[in-house]
Unconditional design. Structure first.
Lengths: 221, 309
């Protein structure tokens, strides 16, 4: 993104003059106080919002020129995990995890699906309905759903916001594994302890949003 | 063997088979909606039932208009009024004129008992018609285009005093016009039913889309195209409309089949129904209902999805 600005209301810019390029295969953290625009920045990345100024490109495409079908294609290349992930509550976890394949019209490899559920430790919950899952299980299911199409980029918006420390670290471990397998990861969080604990295991670039601008965080992190 | 097959036919299983299709791979992305589904089915069935009767009305009135038009245009009547003593002579004069008229068949003087039958609705069965100064009536079939009613009228005036030509135009016109208006009413009813079905399906689809806002949002976020999401709703409503209207059509056709046969009196109501190939026409109703549901749901879904990024 180059000189990107965004405001929900005319005249009031939440983000301004932001320039950022995610390094392929790198683990990134996006931090900043609540309301600073972390979620907004992530939403800009998967074209849920469009910048009001500047230029935003993903996979070589200008996001402002994308048709609705192109946006759908883009979202198949970007896995997203939200703080409060939503599911199709009438379908079992396994079907929810496989849903990106279903809507993309691709066949579901049952063996691969089992492996993926095993990776997020949800094999025993494959037939459970999402409302019966705990917070940590929902986040892991969301992560499995986000990566089933093998996206190059995984975005996580406060993925540990509702989890205790142990669960948070379990989820971060999965994200670290993803990064080590070559995926670019961007995690938005205001939890500095989580960033420190993760940085102890993987090289991570920490970006901070402050006053609507983006800065590279200092050595304190 | 046949008996065993019939006994083995589980109607509930057939019903679930038709409706259970909603569990298909693509449709599963939309949560099942039990009661709403039944309402859509019922509405589609009721509309189809009404459409069968509107179609029967349109076809029956069309037949009626054609029949009245053809029957009345196929003959004319010559009325001969004269004192009793001169009536026979004047009838003979009129017959002579008619014999030399081009484009007509053999003229026939209507016998007294036929006249009595014609007058019966007004005077009752016991009225001695021969005691009344009733004009003689001559029935003249028209056989060719050479027939010139105006020419005949003038010749009768000149050569057969008291003989008046009645070509039925005066009362044929309002009858045929009434039948044509009824036919138009049937066609307008069909169009209204189609439009109302479309509106009903659109409303039901919009309600279903609004109720599934979260599902749609999730699907868009994981990369579903508008058409993929819309198709799930379109399939569901198209199937419901097709099944509901097939049932409504079948019941409507049964109702029409059970109507009394048209009798000799040719009463209009007993003539309401289908004849011959007409019976195939109501079979189009479920297909039309499905097409209307397809278009209405697709339009509503794509329109609504524009609001979801």
């Amino acid at each position: 993104m180059r000189d990107v600005g965004f405001g929900y209301h005319e005249g009031a810019e939440l983000l301004s003059g932001m320039t950022l390029s995610l390094q392929p295969g790198m683990f990134h953290f996006l931090t900043g106080p609540s309301g600073s625009g972390k979620t907004t920045l992530l939403r800009l990345c998967y074209a849920d919002l469009l910048p009001t100024a500047g230029q935003m490109k993903a996979f070589g495409q200008d996001l402002r020129g994308l048709s609705r079908d192109n946006i759908a294609e883009l979202r198949r290349q970007v896995g997203v995990v939200h703080q409060d992930p939503q599911f199709l509550d009438h379908l079992p976890v396994a079907e929810n995890v496989a849903m990106p394949l279903t809507v993309a019209g691709e066949p579901v490899d049952m063996e691969a699906l089992r492996d993926l559920l095993g990776w997020v430790q949800l094999t025993g919950h494959a037939r459970a309905l999402p409302p019966s899952l705990s917070g940590g299980e929902r986040q892991r299911a969301a992560l499995a759903r986000a990566v089933i199409l093998s996206p190059e980029l995984v975005l996580a918006d406060e993925p540990t916001g509702n989890l205790d420390w142990e669960m948070s670290m379990r989820l971060m471990q999965l994200l670290i594994e993803l990064n080590k397998s070559g995926k670019t990861v961007l995690v938005a969080t205001h939890d500095l302890n989580l960033i420190r604990a993760t940085k102890a295991q993987v090289t991570a670039r920490v970006l901070r949003i402050s006053g609507g601008n983006l800065q590279l965080a200092g050595a304190d992190l | 063997m046949k008996r065993r097959n019939v006994k083995g036919l589980n109607l509930m299983a057939v019903w679930q088979g038709l409706m259970g299709g909603e569990g298909g791979k693509g449709d599963r992305i939309v949560p099942p909606t039990g009661f709403t589904a039944q309402l859509t089915l019922f509405s589609a069935g009721a509309m189809a039932f009404l459409a069968v009767f509107a179609l029967a009305l349109a076809l029956a009135t069309g037949r009626l208009a054609n029949r009245w038009s053809a029957e009345l245009a196929g003959s004319v009547t010559v009325r001969v009024s004269a004192p009793v003593a001169e009536q026979e002579a004047r009838v003979q004069s009129a017959l002579q004129v008619l014999q030399s008229t081009p484009g007509v068949g053999p003229a026939r003087v209507m016998p007294q008992d036929e006249l009595a039958q014609l007058l019966e609705p007004w005077f009752g069965p016991d009225m001695p018609v021969d005691a009344l100064p009733v004009p003689a009536l001559i029935d003249l079939p028209i056989t060719g285009e050479a027939f010139d009613p105006e020419g005949l009228r003038l010749r009768l005036e000149a050569e057969a005093p008291g003989a008046v030509l009645d070509d039925h135009t005066e009362w044929r016109r309002p009858l045929v016009s009434a039948a044509n208006r009824l036919r138009m009413l049937g066609i307008v009813s069909l169009l209204l039913i189609t439009a109302a079905s479309g509106a009903m399906i659109t409303l039901a689809a919009k309600a279903a889309l609004a109720a599934n806002g979260q599902v749609i949002r999730v699907l868009r976020l994981i990369g579903a195209r508008d058409l993929t999401i819309a198709t799930a709703f379109v399939r569901r409503f198209t199937r419901r409309a097709a099944v509901g209207s097939a049932i409504g059509t079948a019941v409507g056709m049964l109702g029409i089949a059970l109507l009394p046969e048209a009798n000799a009196a040719g009463g209009f109501l007993t003539g309401l129904g289908f004849r011959g190939w007409d019976w195939l026409m109501p079979l189009l109703i479920p297909f039309i209902a499905a097409a209307v549901a397809f278009v209405a749901t697709r339009w509503a879904a794509l329109k609504m999805l524009e609001a979801v990024r």
